[in-house]
Design a protein around this ligand. Structure first.
Ligand SMILES: Nc1nc2c(ncn2[C@@H]2O[C@H](COP(=O)(O)OP(=O)(O)O)[C@@H](O)[C@H]2O)c(=O)[nH]1
Ligand SMILES: [Mg+2]
Length: 289
């Protein structure tokens, strides 16, 4: 599958990101819990060097819970505070707020040690398109007692959401661009819907998806479509079409419709909670084992 992120977009995103980063102390990086590696742009490590950091494994409700826990361990071993999250749930914002408070305390202490007058910690959200940045900011803003700078004439890029007396969040997220160096990355981003579907053939996407999840998804596929598993994705798609009664003229299985349904079911969680990436695939060995 051929996928890309246009260089012009990338340059613009990088420039904006760099400008906004100058304003903040804490970078809250949103990753997709199903594909934490593919949804991560490693350039952030260099861009946000010397900043406080936090990772939110967003859409954790769609990913396998044990795998979420494993990823938390993975990123915490790298020294980054990590929290699995469903951004649509406002109740979850408390945990994030508490974590930001902890970071603020660290910052205040650091300021004091350096003899700098303490001021509120400033945070920004960053992540690739569709990872849930707006949803998160929205949930957070509604939870926050006060929104500052929300008046006509105040420039959009400088609005801050006041979380508490010692923390503020920039209300415009930083857009990070995906890195398609590895074919797998592009595929995983296509599965979760982070890449414009118009350029992708649904059957090819579905075939690649079924081969990627392989037998791991046997139970989920059976549960959803009442079909026996088959190693051949084309056979499997045909079986799903028949089982769903997706037929074309002459009773021919409508594999295109079935393929689109599988992908749609995966993206919306109707196939159950499925993770596509696992720490051990990335050479990770927990330090606690
Ligand atoms: N299931 C689930 N969906 C989410 C979550 N966060 C965001 N979404 C959905 O993901 C889509 C993209 O979210 P959006 O906030 O627009 O992403 P942005 O491009 O990073 O700003 C929307 O349809 C959201 O409703 C989450 O934690 N769980
Ligand atoms: Mg957005």
């Amino acid at each position: 599958m051929k996928l890309q992120w246009y260089p012009g977009h990338m340059t613009k995103a990088r420039r904006e990101m760099q400008a906004d980063l100058r304003l903040v102390d804490l970078v809250i990086e949103l990753l997709d819990a199903r594909v934490p590696i593919s949804s991560r742009n490693p350039d952030i490590d260099q861009l946000a060097a010397n900043k406080f950091r936090m990772i939110l494994l967003n859409k954790a409700d769609l990913a396998d819970p044990d795998t979420n826990t494993a990823w938390v361990r993975y990123f915490e071993d790298l020294g980054i505070r990590t929290i699995p999250l469903d951004s649509r749930e406002r109740t979850k914002m408390r945990t994030i707020e508490e974590t930001i408070r902890e970071v603020s305390r660290e910052k205040l202490e650091r300021d004091k040690r350096r003899g700098i007058l303490p001021r509120p910690i400033r945070a920004m959200v960053a992540g690739i398109p569709n990872v849930g940045k707006s949803t998160f900011i929205n949930s957070f803003a509604k939870k926050a007692s006060l929104k500052t700078g929300n008046k006509p004439g105040v420039t959009k890029s400088n609005q801050w959401i006041r979380l508490n007396p010692s923390a503020e969040l920039l209300d415009t997220p930083g857009i990070l661009w995906p890195k398609f160096e590895d074919e797998k990355v592009g595929e995983h981003l296509a599965f979760i819907g982070s890449i414009n579907d118009d350029i992708i053939d649904p059957e090819e996407l579905c075939r690649t998806f079924l081969m990627d999840i392989g037998k791991r998804a046997e139970a989920s596929l059976y549960e959803r479509y009442r079909t026996e598993y088959d190693d051949d994705p084309d056979v499997l798609i045909e079986k799903i079409a028949l089982s769903r009664n997706y037929l074309k003229k002459g009773g021919v299985p409508d594999t295109e419709k079935a393929a689109a349904a599988v992908i749609d079911d995966f993206r919306s969680g109707r196939l159950g909670r499925i993770s596509l990436e696992f720490p051990e695939e990335y050479g990770y060995r927990s330090s606690k084992e």
